[in-house]
Design a protein around this ligand. Structure first.
Ligand code: DAH
Length: 366
């Protein structure tokens, strides 16, 4: 051992004087690395005669052990000193404001759909859904618009190139009315549903976007008549616009899937250059605005939906959700609904905590 005591002393002195971890690492390589001096001593054992090797090996091993331990101790000391220094110099200012978490808001279309679901749930309606990729039988034929029907041309339909399973064409549904047929086929009668959702038409200007939203209503039972339709629409619109003075005007109209068909107008006044619903459209300073289509479901639609039209009858209606949102919350450009501009959403969006309930007034307070 004593043969190497000088070497141990020198190494310990140099390790003790190393200024930092880099210097320490250089010393480790110098002594213990592949080309290091201690490694060379260990290798030299291999060339010795057995006697000599037995005599020197313990001292060389002890030397290596001593240098390894000295290095480890010094490294620990340096690392904790470094940590101490960081803890002393870095301070955490708990009074600084926290980083802001971006907060989303509920899109007016979603808000209005939630309000509709709430109002109609109170009247005993379920929410039904159907596919946005439809076949032309459900979208047109079953709604009494056969192949040659002129109303098909009015819908500016987006068609897919592939054929449907039933041989017809696939398309993006042009209205929510096919959900009427799907619901009757799947569940039979009686039926009380609304079906909100996206619809598509190849149409685009300030008041038309290629994708928009509708809500369909359908009631089928044994003795439903136009009076039920009028009461339901009145009750719905009063709850939705949160005004008792909503006045409706029913005009005869034509839709292939209803007979008779009625177009529903609602009275409004101009306040601050905005249309505000309420009052009779015939009152001074008022007017009528066309709001939705409806009627008694055509016998042929009931039949094609698998029900006996001598036993079952009812009413249906369809209305634009985007339009309802614009009228209620005062937004004037439909295209902004789908631009995805967060500034618009920040302005017109609603708090997710503000769930529509009938008891609190269904509308958002934001
Ligand atoms: N589906 C019609 C459209 O998109 C709207 C409509 C009118 C729906 C009358 C109805 C209805 O259910 O009875 O133009």
């Amino acid at each position: 051992m004593s043969d190497y005591q000088d070497l141990v002393n020198e190494a310990q002195a140099r390790i003790g004087a190393a200024a930092d971890l880099t210097a320490l690492e250089a010393l480790r390589v110098e002594y213990l690395g592949k080309q290091g001096s201690v490694s060379a001593l260990l290798k030299s054992l291999g060339a010795m005669a057995p006697d000599e090797r037995q005599a020197k090996a313990p001292a060389i091993q002890a030397l290596r052990q001593a240098i390894t331990e000295t290095l480890a101790t010094r490294r620990d000391a340096m690392e904790s000193a470094e940590l101490e220094a960081r803890l002393a110099s870095e301070t955490l200012d708990l009074s600084l404001p926290a980083a802001e978490t971006p907060k989303g808001s509920v899109h007016p279309v979603s808000q209005v759909m939630d309000e509709l679901a709430e109002i109609f749930a109170d009247l005993g309606f379920n929410v039904a859904t159907g596919p946005e990729i439809e076949d032309d039988w459900h979208n047109f034929s079953a709604l009494n618009m056969p192949e040659s029907h002129p109303a098909r041309a009015m819908h500016d339909t987006f068609y897919f190139p592939d054929a449907a399973e039933n041989g017809g064409r696939m398309l993006l549904r042009t209205h929510t009315s096919p959900v009427q047929v799907r619901t009757m086929l799947a569940h039979g009668a009686p039926v009380r549903i609304i079906a909100p959702g996206r619809v598509y038409r190849s149409d685009s200007d300030a008041t038309h976007t290629p994708m928009f939203h509708q809500v369909e209503g359908l009631v089928i039972d044994r003795d439903i008549h136009l009076g039920h339709l009028k009461w339901t629409l009145e009750t719905f619109l009063k709850a939705f616009f949160e005004r008792e003075d909503i006045v409706l005007r029913l005009r005869p109209s034509y839709f292939p899937f209803t007979e008779p068909s009625v177009e529903v107008d609602v009275g409004f006044a101009i306040e601050n250059r905005r249309r505000v619903l309420g009052g009779s459209g015939d009152a001074p300073g008022h007017g009528w605005m066309e709001l939705l289509g409806s009627g008694m479901v055509n016998r042929r639609v009931i039949e094609m939906s698998g029900l006996d039209p001598d036993k079952w009858q009812g009413f249906a209606f369809g209305v634009g959700v985007d339009r309802l949102a614009m009228l209620k919350y005062g937004m004037d450009d439909l295209r902004a609904f789908f631009d995805g501009d967060v500034r618009w959403l920040r302005h017109y969006g609603f708090s997710f905590l503000d769930q529509p309930t009938l008891s609190a007034g269904v509308g958002a307070r934001a």
